[in-house]
Design a protein around this ligand. Structure first.
Ligand code: EPU
Length: 419
């Protein structure tokens, strides 16, 4: 086990390059299951979740060659169509193999992911949509067993927005008979990125990035080349870190439009943010003003920024209200921030954060990916030592995070935990 040790109190200063988006790379790697011939995906981040997806695909008999910053995948022969519990429980996003396997082979057996630290996270909306496309779905022994001779195009209206649900159905529909229309589709940038990759493979998708996506089924898809978009959540995490430490940072290789809702909030907080081509320059404020936020699907304020924004608000001047509307239990970081001296009270889905002048370093525990990033930000402004345990959560989703923070002047290191 490893821990991250932070000696806070330094401003973040310098330039940071943003890595490829984990949440785009995962479904795009899964989409290779729909194709014959080699796929070459670039701007792939070096993350635990990416290696888990590679392992999952190899388990199906698919050829996967991981390279530095890229992955080559060929799924000419798929020998097994079972995603085992041992892999799915370590990465919920494994569920995005269900749609492609079902469409390509007519059957799939995928472990149900179960709940996680941020909520129950069922996949009922995915399954209902597959049934509407003609699939027979059974849940037995903790596994979803899906089968269908040939999926049929259908009009799918999601009751509520689901990102991986939209992706799963969009992938399945590419090889279905006829046209599928997804209404109330997720508009997160990872959805149009996946649609672009699928269209390069020969799919016929329009409307991705809006709330209505139309997919005309085709007979087959072929391997392609695609570059993954930059990770907007990583970019946002550095923006909030720069703001919180009152630093001065240029973010490169990113898409400013993907973080618009956050940038607008950080300007209210007092940061000066200038947009350039594929980059943002942020100068932190003298005084951090308290601002309320409420999480919503894209283009609203992302739930994946909520924990880090809360860390920022712990040292704001005044009180802010942070409402979480996507996940029912995404407040595990509250107790850890309070251990660092923060004054946060929870009232159902809203955290009331009273800003204080300084946090103080403490041993804390990471509970999920974004909560871990929130604790790093908190550690950066606590003048003494913060030790973050269970950092394996961070390695699932942030590439070389401590190196990137060190490059910006922070005193952050990783150490083995001895028990
Ligand atoms: N939901 C259902 N039934 C479903 C699907 C979703 O009730 O069939 C609920 C969920 O429990 C949740 C809400 O709907 O309360 C939204 O869930 P969604 O399906 O949109 O989330 P997801 O697709 O599982 C993706 C990201 C998450 C991100 C959310 C919200 C990937 C691989 N994961 O999850 O990213 O928080 O969308 O934007 O794309 C992260 O990267 O740390 C992360 C958790």
């Amino acid at each position: 086990m490893e821990k991250i040790i932070i000696q806070g109190g330094r401003k973040l200063e310098g330039t940071v390059s943003i890595s490829g988006a984990k949440n785009s790379a995962l479904p795009i790697m899964a989409s290779a299951l729909l194709t014959r011939g080699w796929n070459y995906f670039s701007n792939i981040p070096d993350l635990k979740d990416i290696h888990t997806m590679a392992q999952l695909l190899r388990g199906f008999g698919v050829e996967v060659i991981e390279k530095k910053g890229a992955v080559k995948i060929r799924a000419d022969k798929i020998r097994h169509a079972e995603a085992p519990y041992d892999l799915v429980r370590t990465m919920r996003a494994s569920v995005v193999v269900l749609g492609p396997l079902l469409a390509r082979l007519g059957h799939a057996r995928v472990s149900l992911p179960g709940g996680c630290a941020i909520g129950a996270r069922p996949i009922d909306r995915h399954l209902k949509a597959f049934q509407e496309m003609g699939a027979d779905i059974k849940v037995e022994g903790g596994y979803v067993e899906a089968s269908s001779k040939k999926l049929k195009g259908a009009r799918i209206v999601f009751d509520d927005i689901t990102v991986t649900g939209t992706e799963n159905v969009m992938m399945a529909a590419t090889l279905a008979d006829g046209t599928t229309i997804i209404e109330n589709a997720a508009r997160e940038p990872e959805v149009p990125d996946l649609a672009e990759a699928l269209n390069k493979m020969g799919a016929r998708i329009t409307g991705a990035g809006t709330d209505t996506i139309t997919i005309e089924g085709v007979d087959e898809l072929n391997g392609t080349e695609h570059q993954i978009i930059p990770d907007r959540i990583e970019a946002g995490t550095f923006l909030m870190g720069a703001c919180m430490t009152r630093g001065n940072v240029i973010l490169q290789n990113m898409i400013p439009e993907h973080v618009s809702a956050l940038v607008s909030k950080l300007r209210e907080v007092g940061a000066l943010i200038v947009e350039e081509n594929h980059s943002l320059h942020i100068s932190g404020p003298k005084e951090i003003k308290s601002v309320d936020i409420s999480t919503h699907p894209y283009p609203g304020f992302a739930t994946d920024f909520q924990a880090q924004f809360m860390a920022l608000m712990t040292v704001a001047n005044g009180t802010s209200m942070i409402s979480e509307n996507i996940f029912e239990n995404r407040f595990m970081h509250v107790g850890e921030l309070n251990r660092m001296g923060a004054d946060i009270k929870l009232d159902r889905n809203t955290a009331v954060v009273k800003g204080i002048p300084h946090l103080s370093g403490a041993p804390v525990m990471a509970t999920d990916l974004r909560a871990s990033a929130c604790l790093i930000l908190a550690g950066l402004v606590a003048p003494d030592i913060t030790e973050i345990h269970r950092v394996y959560h961070l390695d699932r989703g942030y590439e070389r995070i401590e190196k990137k923070f060190r490059h910006l002047g922070a005193r952050v290191k990783r150490a083995k935990v001895k028990y």
